[in-house]
Design a protein around this ligand. Sequence first.
Ligand SMILES: *Cc1c(COP(=O)(O)O)cnc(C)c1O
Length: 331
Amino acid sequence: MQLARFPRRSLAHLPTPLEPMHRLTAHLRERGTAPNLWVKRDDCTGLATGGNKTRKLEFLVGHALAHGADVLITQGATQSNHVRQTAAAAAAVGMRCEILLESRVQRDDEYEHSGNVLLDRILGASIVARLSCGTDMQQAMEDRAAELTERGRVPYVIPGGGSSPIGALGYVGCAHELATASARVDAVVHATGSSGTQAGLVAGLWGSRVAVPVLGISVRSAMSEQRAKVHELAVETLRQLGVTDELPADTVQVDDRFIGGGYGVPTDQMRDAIELVARTEGLLLDPVYSGKAMAGLLTLIGEGRFSADDNVVFIHTGGSAALFGYRAVFE
Ligand SMILES: *Cc1c(COP(=O)(O)O)cnc(C)c1O
């Protein structure tokens, strides 16, 4: 499991802190059994309000630089945190950044222009296209890359969410941080979307024979589809690291009960979870990912999934900048 042989550009503040959530734990214990809750602060990776994509971008940008790239192309939903972190990474290494946005969610003017979109602009990225929901975004990026190549540029295409085997290496690194944490970790819970975060965690833990269950709360796809996607990427990530023995399917656990109306569509449980964590811990989650993931964790605790002496780590994957695109939800 050697990460050192992959090109890497330092962008993140690592290791991220692992902090107890004392007040949230106490609040839940007034109502029933609750484990010791911890938060892994991947919202504090440092790059332009931080988030989980920064870990992936260390390897993706390292790879791009090794290939002599001068422009990063990536894509995401309008309020994509991945796009914003990519824009910041490009600025930090002196590359241009071109963005293609997919209109996956119909909301309001603030959704279209505030939050992450505002930050994309401030960071100097060019939004070169806004495409309708269901567009083949990977193809659209490759078409744009071909145009740029023709003009003598050296583009590097980063897939949605930075979820390639190279990007997932960032979460192999996070798995190492968890495996060597001073507290014993009994379970890890986080939001899963494009799947690189969970794939990297599963690959990193399994590859170093650390048997900690990782539960992904899906924000977009149904359970069987998401499990298959994560498993496939975890296998590719392990193969790249030289680990070829078979990854058991049950290392990938996904719960898809908290998606609500779809990707980026608010739910009441998400809003309640965000307000609870804000008011007990002073911690800001996000409306698309970590808010739904926390709604999932709270439900699992209510269902008795964990015992009182378990240490459960919630990975805060970032995204609070998107709150400004969802103002109406909190009024
Ligand atoms: C992208 C993202 C996720 C999901 O991570 P994937 O690697 O895409 O599965 C979770 N939380 C936030 C805030 C994100 O931006």
